[in-house]
Design a protein around this ligand. Structure first.
Ligand SMILES: [Zn+2]
Length: 137
């Protein structure tokens, strides 16, 4: 296991949604050893947990694999950063619409571990889904 992977495990434990960035402030979720935009190493992280993003597009999957909720609504959410934006794919808590503001919410169990081909005590089943931010917040 690489150093990057073990730091990601720790992040999940603390329930942070992290974007990974290079020295040129290009960020991605998930991270890569090298920045897809410029090839520099991704050496810094940015916590998106308390930020809100915008729904760029979404889809509802009606026929899902074993252990995955059905239907499963997924959205691509874009977060505005200081220099650039970062987009990520994630499930949603409820129905969302284009352009809607959403925030990440930690979910202990994203899918049924008993139905997964990836088994083992070290597997984490938690992660983030997006929920709409009401206008008065
Ligand atoms: Zn870069």
């Amino acid at each position: 296991m690489t150093e990057r992977a073990s730091s990601t495990d720790r992040d999940v434990e603390h329930h942070q949604l992290l974007a990974h960035g290079c020295q040129n402030d290009h960020f991605t979720v998930p991270g890569h050893p090298r920045c897809p935009a410029c090839g520099e190493p991704q050496e810094k992280t940015l916590d998106l947990t308390k930020k809100t993003g915008i729904v760029k597009t979404w889809t509802r999957v009606a026929a899902t694999p074993p252990g995955v909720r059905e239907p499963n609504t997924l959205a691509i959410v874009e977060f505005a950063l200081e220099v650039d934006t970062v987009s990520m794919l994630g499930g949603t808590i409820e129905q969302v619409s284009l352009g809607e503001q959403v925030r990440p919410v930690y979910i202990d169990t994203l899918r049924d571990a008993d139905e997964s081909v990836r088994q083992g005590a070290n597997q984490s089943w938690g992660g983030f889904r997006f929920e709409p931010v009401s206008p008065d917040e």
